[in-house]
Design a protein around this ligand. Structure first.
Ligand SMILES: Cc1cc2nc3c(=O)[nH]c(=O)nc-3n(C[C@H](O)[C@H](O)[C@H](O)COP(=O)(O)OP(=O)(O)OC[C@H]3O[C@@H](n4cnc5c(N)ncnc54)[C@H](O)[C@@H]3O)c2cc1C
Length: 492
């Protein structure tokens, strides 16, 4: 587990749930039974001799991963089952805070301070009646029904918590994904990734330092900054546009010795014949047209075979670059392959249409780490925040029905494709809205302000699931006010 830098509240040794030990719950009914058995009243003694039905234990639902899907699920289960005491809902995450992952390219570019939009898990848990445990899942004992968590250390290596186990009755794995380097040599050593907030922050600092160096270069030096992004999916396209936007904004903040057109070069490399291979062709064309118009060098059909400190090697051609970003595809975190559950080539947990894993009906998976069938395309549900949001909503219903004991079988997940949308920074957004959202047949192409508005709507839906409509409306208003008076860029 990556060391954490913000010291968590160390779980107390005496807290059985924190230590992962099965707890010994206080049971008032058992106490009453003892009183009856020793009573002088023969009626009460007879009552005590009758065989008693075992007290119904409160089911323990454990969600691992508080991302786009997992945090929504834990919050909504806490608001319902947790609040009524009908289930013990626990969320485990490797970090103390949540930041909605589709914002990471803005954090990387410096157009969003990663602390502005983060949510503290401990506070969210307190307000929504679930328990939060800090820890990175590293294993699973299905026979004993326990999740195994890695030891936690701080930035200096000091141990904050030893390895622990957390018991469950129902487990939901929602640990997201990491970038897939497809075994290309040099990627891990030389590329930046945008899988976590820490990685996005690191890229932002390196980028800012490159700008500072360029600003303070000797007059005769002509070097500028070249950023090469590998992967022309939504992440790569959005990052390229965001970086273009930042280069122009920095000039306004005093980087007056940088000419963005001459000194900053952005290269976007995609192995498929077109950008956004998962999107309809028209959206790809629009995105490529916009990026090219901005001056981004788009290279499609180009396979990167090796990465070095100096740039990308593609067959016999070299693309020199100072900063390299790898955003060429995803896979599930490596530990998922050690769980004795079925996985596919990308390490994703194979699930049935009910989101239950194929080997164990008490273990569910959702979001990027799950391979869920999507019959409409014959492929799997795409790894998007939109899909994770819909899957969390289904599991709220299915797990509630499970706890109530009403449903024989979990309802199946039906993915509703509401369209594909990419944001090209402050310039525009392009995408389509699918017929089922607009109550029209087919898809409607949109771009410009309407597309940008629709793009932001997805984030607002996430906030609504976490905070409800009233608080989300207040947050929109307060964001709008506070962003007026602040620098539009992170400049440190
Ligand atoms: C830059 C960027 C832009 C994107 N733009 C869009 C977009 O416009 N629209 C869209 O729909 N999707 C977009 N996506 C994809 C979207 O972010 C993901 O599909 C979505 O976040 C997946 O949700 P999730 O709940 O599966 O996982 P995540 O949101 O990734 O959350 C996973 C959680 O699990 C935790 N975790 C990981 N490993 C462990 C472990 N071992 N133990 C405990 N906890 C663990 C992590 O800390 C994290 O909190 C974008 C992604 C990126 C990177």
């Amino acid at each position: 587990m990556e060391p954490i830098t913000d010291t968590p509240q160390a779980p107390s040794d005496t807290d059985p749930a924190a230590s992962g030990e099965p707890s010994a719950p206080v049971n008032p009914k058992a106490d009453a039974d003892v009183v009856r058995a020793f009573s002088r009243d023969p009626e009460k003694r007879r009552e005590a001799e009758q065989p008693q039905a075992a007290p119904a234990a409160v089911p323990r639902i454990v969600v691992v991963g508080g991302g786009a899907g997992g945090l929504e699920l834990a919050t909504r289960l806490g608001n319902t089952l947790g609040k009524k005491g009908r289930a013990e809902v626990t969320l485990i995450d490797a970090r103390l805070t949540h930041l909605w992952k589709p914002l990471l390219h803005e954090v990387a570019a410096g157009t969003l301070d990663s602390h502005d939009d983060d949510i503290q898990f401990l506070a969210q848990a307190r307000h929504h009646r679930f328990t939060f445990r800090l820890g990175a899942m590293e294993g699973l004992d299905r026979k004993r029904k326990v999740v195994q968590l890695a030891r936690i250390t701080d930035a200096s290596g000091a141990v904050l918590s030893e390895r622990r186990e957390v018991p469950y009755d129902t487990l939901v794995i929602a640990v997201g994904s990491v970038s897939n380097d497809f075994g290309v040599p040099g990627v891990q050593e030389h590329c930046h990734f945008l899988d976590t907030r820490e990685q996005a922050d690191r890229f932002q600092k390196t980028l800012l330092n490159s700008y500072l160096k360029t600003q303070h270069r000797e007059a005769r030096q002509t070097d500028g900054i070249t950023v090469a992004i590998v992967g022309g999916g939504a992440t790569g396209v959005e990052l390229a546009a965001e970086l273009h936007h930042v280069a122009r904004r920095l000039v306004a903040y005093g980087f007056d010795r940088i000419d963005p057109d001459r000194d900053v070069r952005l290269v976007l490399v995609e192995a498929a014949p077109r950008l956004l291979p998962a999107a309809p062709e028209r959206i790809s064309r629009l995105a490529e047209r916009e990026l090219t118009r901005l001056g981004v060098v788009v290279q499609t059909g180009v396979q990167v075979s090796r990465v070095s400190a100096h740039g990308l090697e593609t067959g016999d051609v070299c693309i020199p670059a100072d900063l390299l970003v790898w955003a060429a595809g995803i896979r599930a975190p490596a530990f998922t392959q050690r769980l004795d559950l079925e996985t596919n080539r990308a390490g994703q947990l194979v699930v049935k249409d009910t989101l239950q894993t194929t080997h164990d009906p008490d273990i569910y998976a959702l979001g990027d780490c799950a391979a869920c069938p999507f019959p409409a395309t014959g492929r799997n549900v795409p790894p998007t925040a939109q899909a994770a949001h819909q899957q969390a909503a289904l599991l709220v219903r299915n797990l509630s029905a499970r706890v109530a004991g009403g449903a024989d079988r979990d309802a199946a997940f039906r993915y509703r494709d509401h369209g594909f949308m990419v944001s090209l920074s402050g310039y525009t957004a392009v995408g389509n809205l699918m017929g089922n959202l607009m109550r029209m047949s087919g898809a409607v192409m949109i771009e410009g302000w309407l597309a940008r508005f629709t793009y932001r709507l997805l984030y607002r839906k996430h906030q609504m699931a976490l905070f409800g409509p009233a608080r989300t409306a207040l947050m929109v208003l307060s964001d709008w006010i506070s962003r007026r008076g602040r620098a539009r860029l992170k400049l440190h």
